[in-house]
Every structure is written in structure tokens, then in C-alpha cells.
Design a protein around this ligand. Structure first.
Ligand SMILES: *Cc1c(COP(=O)(O)O)cnc(C)c1O
Length: 421
């Protein structure tokens, strides 16, 4: 059937409005890169921005803080304003700073205010471990035993979390909720708007880790009333390994004193007064701590310009089309050979990657790499495949499924299934 042939993939690519953006990226030679949800690729614009910042250092020395193409002193704020458009925040609600985990520490230090009734933090058992470690250490800092005060919503199937179970766990002992937007393994996308409404009905503050949705999925952080959010910029946003992260604080909380302060929490006009009492900024900038890592921020300038130019809605549409196409091919070619699609298949609940499960996932990932496909193995049985809207093609997806199909013909375990199990 034509739908399952290479020609059809080529047709989809020919109709793809975003196809020209592939030229903007450095694609590792001879590979199909499907790991953009772990580390996005370098774009020419990101590279140029890094060169520009180096040039400013070369030519201006310390004056680079206030002069040059992108004065460093205002870079975190100016990038925050640009990012606000892709996460649906107001310009002053977003700041580029820190790392994901550090920003989580900052936000919990700021928003976790246990009272005599409400002492517990609610999270889920499938979240990224770094987030759990941070939550546990914040509880210990306040003198609470994480065994008792960290409530983790359980998964019923080991892949996803039932939103009704999250709501049922929003009891009157909960002071704070921290959830991911998208689960890093199965790619389940939560209804952040609904969960925020439910939390607020019960008087609970709620924040989200957007690492696996930012740059892939539109958000309306402000309109949804989310209290805070944080994310990294090196996955779908392609700002480079260890690039500086970002956070969002709803404007209704601008009066809150940062839990972890430093001189970059200051009102900018007062920062160099060097007073011993901090006057915090009255926007998200207050949640910065120290000197921004300018060289690790620089690539984001170029990378973000791509997202602002294309618009996040179009990126989401293409991403959904790529993952839908991938699932369709997998079901057609591979379903009988021990592969299970572990991500939610509904568009409204699916993030930017496909999560394939197979008992021999580790071996399959190795074999994919040997064939030039870069997947992402998640122990014990997960293969994450992220076709990225800005630089992957429908033909990449088709080719990947063909390669997977070629393994099944060689594999002794699948022979068994071929002979009728
Ligand atoms: C990638 C990721 C992180 C990484 O945190 P860093 O501090 O950037 O190392 C944290 N949480 C989630 C959900 C992630 O996907």
C-alpha cells in the first residue's frame, strides 16, 4: 500500500512547510538523529550567537556587560522576554537562569511554606529522579522526613499516571505540588490547566517541570494560572550541552522573597549599590542567584530566534504528524514482533517522542546506532525515538522503521514469534 512506502514519506516532506529549517542545523553525518529530546542539535544561528558573544569579550573586555551586540547584564532578562512567547508567559514572568535542578531548588525554597496543617509535597513516582532528589533535600532542610512528607502518586501501569489519582492525592495536608508536563519515559502529556485548577480549588500551590515539553508543545502558563515552572534549554530548544535553563513565576507572586538569594536577585538599578540588605527585583529576575553563565547562555540567542520565527504551534503540528506517522508505521510493520507502543497515542496526551518497549531494548538500541540511527535507551526496556520538527524528516521516520523491521528478520527471538506465537 502506498501509505507505507518511501515515496509517501517523500511526499509528506515535500508538503512540509518547515522542511527548509533542516538546513539551519548541523546534522551528524551519516545519521538519523532521533535524540533531540535529550540533547538537541546545534544550529548555525546558535553557533553564530556564541561567536558573537566571544567577539564581545575579545573586543570589549569587561565593558561587554553593557556594550556589544547583546549586553551581558541584560541578557537573562531579554532572553526571558523572548521565551515568554513560546511558553505563554508575560515577558516579566520568565527569566533565563540556572539549571533545571537548581531552579527547582530555588522555586521550592521560595514556594514551599509548610504550615501546621499542610506540610507535604506531592509529586509522582515516574518523574525524573533529579527532581525527586531535590524535593527530598528541600524537605530535609525544613526538618521533615521525606519518607512521610513526600507523597508520590503511583502509576497503575508502570508507564503513565492517571490524572484522577493525582487529584485524589491533593489532600489538605499538601502544601506544594511539583509535576512534569510530560513524563520523560512514556511521553505522557498532562493537562496542566486542569491540574492547576484542581490544585487551586484546594488552596495548593502548583509548579511544573517543562523539560520534555518546552520547544515541542505550546503552553499558556499565565492563562492557566500556573504558579511556577522551570525547564532546561538543551533538549528541544537546542541551546547546547549544559546550557543555562529558565524559570517562570506567575506575576501574582512577584512580591515573594526568593528562597535562595544572591546579588543577581537585586533590582537591577540597585545591584551595584552593594547594600547589605537585598532589594529583590519585582519580577522573575528576582529568582536569579549569581552571575549568569554568559557563554552557556549565548547559543540560546540564536536557537530561540528560530522558535520565535516559526512559532510553537507549527512546531507542535509537525511534531504530532511525525510521531503519528511513526506509530502508524510501527503498528503496521512491527506490532507482532514484541514491540509495544508505550506512549499515549491520543494527540492531547502525547509529548514529542515515541516510546517503544521491547524486552531486548538495549540490544536494539545498540543495533540502531550501528545503522546510524541515534535513539535513546531507557532501562530496562524502553527506546525513546524523538523525531524533531525543526530538523527531522518523514523519510527519517520511514527509514528508522525499515531498519527496525530489518532486525526482526535477523533476530532469533522474533523468529519464534514469526512461527506463530
Ligand atoms: C532533563 C531533565 C532534567 C535535567 O536536569 P538538569 O538540572 O538540567 O541536569 C530534570 N528534569 C527533567 C524532567 C528532565 O527531563
Amino acid at each position: 500500500m502506498f501509505r507505507y512506502e518511501r515515496q509517501y514519506a517523500r511526499l509528506l516532506d515535500a508538503q512540509d512547510e518547515l522542511a527548509p529549517y533542516r538546513e539551519e542545523f548541523y546534522l551528524p553525518e551519516g545519521t538519523i538523529y532521533l535524540d533531540g529530546n535529550s540533547l538537541g542539535l546545534l544550529s548555525k544561528r546558535a553557533e553564530q550567537a556564541l561567536f558573537d558573544i566571544l567577539q564581545a569579550w575579545k573586543t570589549h573586555g569587561i565593558d561587554g556587560w553593557t556594550s556589544g551586540k547583546y549586553p551581558w547584564f541584560y541578557l537573562s532578562e531579554s532572553l526571558g522576554e523572548k521565551m515568554a512567547s513560546i511558553v505563554g508567559g508575560k515577558p516579566e514572568e520568565v527569566i533565563v537562569t540556572g539549571s533545571t535542578t537548581v531552579n527547582l531548588h530555588q522555586l521550592v525554597a521560595t514556594f514551599y511554606r509548610p504550615t501546621s496543617e499542610r506540610t507535604k509535597i506531592l509529586a509522582d513516582e515516574l518523574t525524573f529522579p533529579s527532581d525527586i532528589y531535590a524535593l527530598k533535600s528541600q524537605l530535609k532542610l525544613k526538618g521533615y522526613d521525606p519518607e512521610e512528607h513526600l507523597v508520590l502518586v503511583k502509576s497503575r501501569d508502570g508507564r503513565t499516571i492517571d490524572e484522577a489519582d493525582i487529584i485524589a492525592a491533593m489532600t489538605d495536608e499538601i502544601a506544594l505540588i511539583v509535576l512534569p508536563s510530560v513524563l520523560y519515559r512514556s511521553g505522557q502529556l498532562f493537562d496542566m490547566k486542569m491540574l492547576t485548577e484542581e490544585a487551586h480549588k484546594r488552596g495548593i500551590i502548583i509548579g511544573f517541570d517543562l523539560c520534555h515539553s518546552v520547544g515541542a508543545i505550546p503552553h499558556q502558563l499565565h492563562d492557566w494560572g500556573i504558579d511556577f515552572a522551570f525547564w532546561c534549554n538543551y533538549k528541544y530548544l537546542n541551546a547546547g550541552p549544559g546550557s543555562v535553563a529558565a524559570l517562570y513565576v506567575n506575576e501574582k507572586h512577584f512580591r515573594r522573597e526568593p528562597g535562595l538569594s544572591g546579588w543577581f536577585s537585586s533590582k537591577k538599578a540597585k545591584q551595584f549599590d552593594m547594600a547589605l540588605d537585598l532589594t529583590p527585583e519585582m519580577h522573575a529576575g528576582a529568582f536569579q542567584i549569581g552571575t549568569p553563565h554568559i557563554l552557556s547562555t549565548a547559543p540560546l540567542i540564536g536557537s530561540l530566534s528560530l522558535f520565535c520565527e516559526v512559532g510553537i504551534e507549527k512546531i507542535r503540528q509537525k511534531s504530532l504528524a511525525l510521531t503519528r506517522y511513526m506509530m502508524e508505521l510501527i503498528e503496521h510493520e512491527l506490532a507482532e514482533y514484541g514491540f509495544t507502543i508505550g506512549n499515549p497515542t491520543d494527540d492531547a496526551q502525547r509529548g514529542g517522542h515515541v516510546y517503544l518497549e521491547h524486552p531486548e531494548a538495549a540490544r536494539i538500541c545498540k543495533a540502531l546506532k550501528a545503522e546510524g540511527v541515534i535513539p535513546d535507551f531507557r532501562t530496562p526496556n524502553g527506546i525513546r525515538l524523538a523525531p524533531v520538527a525543526l530538523y527531522n524528516t518523514f523519510e527519517d521516520v520511514w527509514q528508522t522503521v525499515q531498519i527496525l523491521t530489518s532486525f526482526r528478520k535477523k533476530s532469533p527471538t522474533s523468529k519464534r514469534s514469526e512461527s506463530g506465537r
